[in-house]
Design a protein around this ligand. Structure first.
Ligand code: PHE
Length: 349
């Protein structure tokens, strides 16, 4: 329980699902701005402790993210840590039991899709977890997958980073390496191609490789070469913790702008990036699109076009401000973004 001592969140609900051997962890980091909102991550972890730590870190990131979007939501996250021998036929039943738990929390926690879950899973969770589930399929009355609108925000972040680096948001000819061509990274690659940027990608999934390399002709970078590959923008769109002492020393990019949550392994990595002169766009500023867009459409009645425009405007406005504060105060962009989030959290007291 050591991680909980340093977390400064509100509380955590933990349930062992006896039928499957999965752990369900719902971390409520902050309800200061409203009910805690955050996706449901479902995957295998090497240990329970790592699953708990991930849930805590991801919930904290959601607090920062919603503070930046100015939506009336706090931060939370659910992790469903699957056992090694998980029987995929149990998936729907597990999700229903999880939904019942979300329902029991009575609106303290709202959820949506995340790594390892899709809109179709949200439909199942909503059977027992309604009305606290965002991102169901359009057929079930939801706004669908949160990946594409997240990618739009990341794409906007890349434009803002180029404006900062090169004085123009024009992406023509800029080399952008996308780590992870999944729901967010895959859509991002399409936006980059439309803007005539040079997209490169890395992935370990055979289907993604087949689609992006064989069918679209995009250059595939081998996993061991990702960090040292020369590019203008490195865009982490897979899992977190990838920016650390070891990888930062090898980076050969001008800026980092990606959709993955918790890219920095530790706070000090922001200093390491600054020392290397690499412009870091804080993840929870550029990846707000899913959380902001999907909750905007479903809870605030925005049209899709309106949601897209608001996501783009917010990423642009906040990221420009982050870069300006960091330059003026000679602090890391991560600290500048935390200041902006803290302002909003304090205002609401
Ligand atoms: N996966 C989203 C994120 O990390 C969470 C989310 C998606 C929350 C959709 C609400 C609705 O930001």
């Amino acid at each position: 329980m050591e991680p909980l001592k340093h977390w400064q969140g509100e509380h955590v609900v933990i349930r062992f699902d006896e039928a499957t051997g999965a752990w369900i962890i719902i971390a409520i980091h902050s309800t200061r701005l409203g009910p805690a909102g955050g996706g449901t991550r479902m995957k295998m972890y090497p240990s329970f402790d790592l699953a708990l730590q991930d849930a805590l870190n991801l919930a904290r990131a959601m607090t920062l993210k919603f503070a930046v979007t100015e939506h009336a939501f706090g931060g939370g996250k659910a992790v469903i840590a699957l056992p090694q021998n998980f029987d995929a036929r149990e998936r729907a039943n597990l999700l229903r039991r999880y939904g019942a738990l979300v329902h029991q929390l009575g609106g303290t926690f709202y959820t949506g899709p995340d790594v390892g879950t899709a809109s179709s899973d949200m439909d199942v969770i909503a059977e027992t977890g309604a009305p606290y589930v965002f991102g169901r399929t359009p057929g079930a009355g939801g706004a669908g997958d949160s990946g594409p609108i997240t990618a739009l925000g990341v794409f906007t972040g890349i434009q803002v980073a180029c404006e900062q680096l090169y004085g123009s948001s024009d992406l023509r000819g800029r080399r952008v390496l996308v780590q992870g061509a999944g729901s967010v990274g895959g859509t991002l690659i399409h936006h980059l191609r439309e803007a005539d940027a040079v997209a490169l990608f890395s992935d370990v999934d055979a289907r993604a490789i087949q689609h992006f390399r064989a069918e679209l002709g995009i250059e595939l970078i081998a996993p061991e070469k990702i960090y040292a590959t020369a590019c203008d923008i490195f865009s982490p769109c897979a899992l977190g913790g990838i920016l650390n002492r070891e990888t930062i020393a090898r980076l050969n990019c001008r800026a980092i702008v990606g959709g993955a949550n918790n890219q920095l392994a530790e706070m000090h990595d922001a200093e390491r990036l600054r020392a290397r002169g690499i412009l870091y766009a804080p993840d929870y500023v550029v990846n707000i699109g899913g959380a902001m867009g999907i909750t905007g459409i479903e809870a605030l009645g925005w049209t899709r076009a309106e949601a897209e425009q608001r996501v783009r405007d917010t990423v642009q406005r906040v990221l420009r401000r982050v870069f300006a504060i960091a330059a003026a105060e000679q602090i890391t962009t991560e600290n500048a973004a935390r200041q902006i989030a803290a302002e909003r959290l304090e205002k609401s007291q």
